[in-house]
Design a protein around this ligand. Sequence first.
Ligand code: ZN
Length: 456
Amino acid sequence: MIQADDRPAATDAVSRFIGDVSGGKAGPTLVVIGGLHANEPAGIEAAQRVHKRIGDGDVGLHAGRLVSLRGNLRALGVEASTPWLRERYIDEDLNRAFLLEPGPAHNGSAEQHERDELSGHLKSIKDCTSGGVFVLDLHTVSSESPAFIALEDSLPARRFAARFPLPKILGLEEELQGLLIDYATNALGCVSCIFEAGLHDDPRSADVHEAIMLLALAALGMSGRSPQTLSGESALEVVSQAAAGRQDHFYDVRQRVEIGAMPFEMRLGAAAFMPVAAERTVLASEDGRELKASANGLLFLPNRQPSPRVGDDAFFVIARVGSIWLTLSAWLRRRRAMHAILPMLFPGVRRRKDEPHTIVVAPEYAAILRRELLHLFGYRLVRWIHTPYMPWHARVRGVVLGVVRSVFGVLRFALRGGEQAALPNERPTDWIARRHALDLLPSDVHDLGETSHDEG
Ligand SMILES: [Zn+2]
């Protein structure tokens, strides 16, 4: 076994690497990131614990490689120029800096340097293995919430997430640009998840993160089954308890509301996972105005940071996704023929020029081609705008209008070789949806071991 690099680097108080250790046999690589938000040190503590236990022989690492990295080093205050800050970030949120499309030019912010260093490490870790790479990004929250896992809705990520007794949140990457997990998934082809363990300063959060790391090692066949935390509890039990009874549920993000003005304050009773009604439930106030949900569902990630900033997330609304929907969508998206005939099945859908796995969707049909439907077929929206909340009667009107429009469309375009041929150019208002990158990889790249705790 190669020993962990647990020593501080010569120049910094602490190095980027919390540990880097390999088991005797070849296997997958698990990359753990703690402190991407520097006010969330629980993930770092957990990773230190797990590496120490591996070094002590208390946890056996039989196969594969475990690498744990510190996230926002500069904001963690480990450099001489920034003493222990424990600020969430210095200039900008690091977990919004990993843009897939080329963003604004490098402005030299602390977080852009952090992003460049971290993505360099991730890339070289990925490059030196032929096996699957799995990334866990460990976080904590500012307001009471069940622990949860957030992932892009690809089939390999679903299979991995099903090994954790936690609520699973899909679609965060459609609302938030520049997530580290989005970069690791789509630029590097890693299965990547965010784990939120509990409150920032609750000592239990580090236990939950430790348990999650141990479950991940077990799920990947890198260490023994039925792991126990340092305190001797079953890791499965610790995580199940933190899930507060929601461990079998999948949710899809329906709305993100951003803080637009100061002062901002969440309502006193606004608690994570409480039901909210569109246009009715008042959840927060900003600059004296009321902020309401504009989607039906459950409140998610209400912002109770002590010093929120304009542009930060105020809150999200999520909705439960049933198991029939999940099974159907897994079946549908594996059908190659289905993807081929999709543009013929639906009005307003065309294949994007020179991109076989990307479709262009006319927003006029948004009442029919809702975001949920595209998700069902395994497409992720990469460019789109939120359709305003539609009560059921408005939606019925939209569907009727869409059907009438499509009948006329078929007649109109028939003589010109169909819609695809007649409208080769996309408009700036068109939505762009793309198949999940991991769904397109051979299915054995992210093979999991035999152990299974919960098939969710
Ligand atoms: Zn965080």
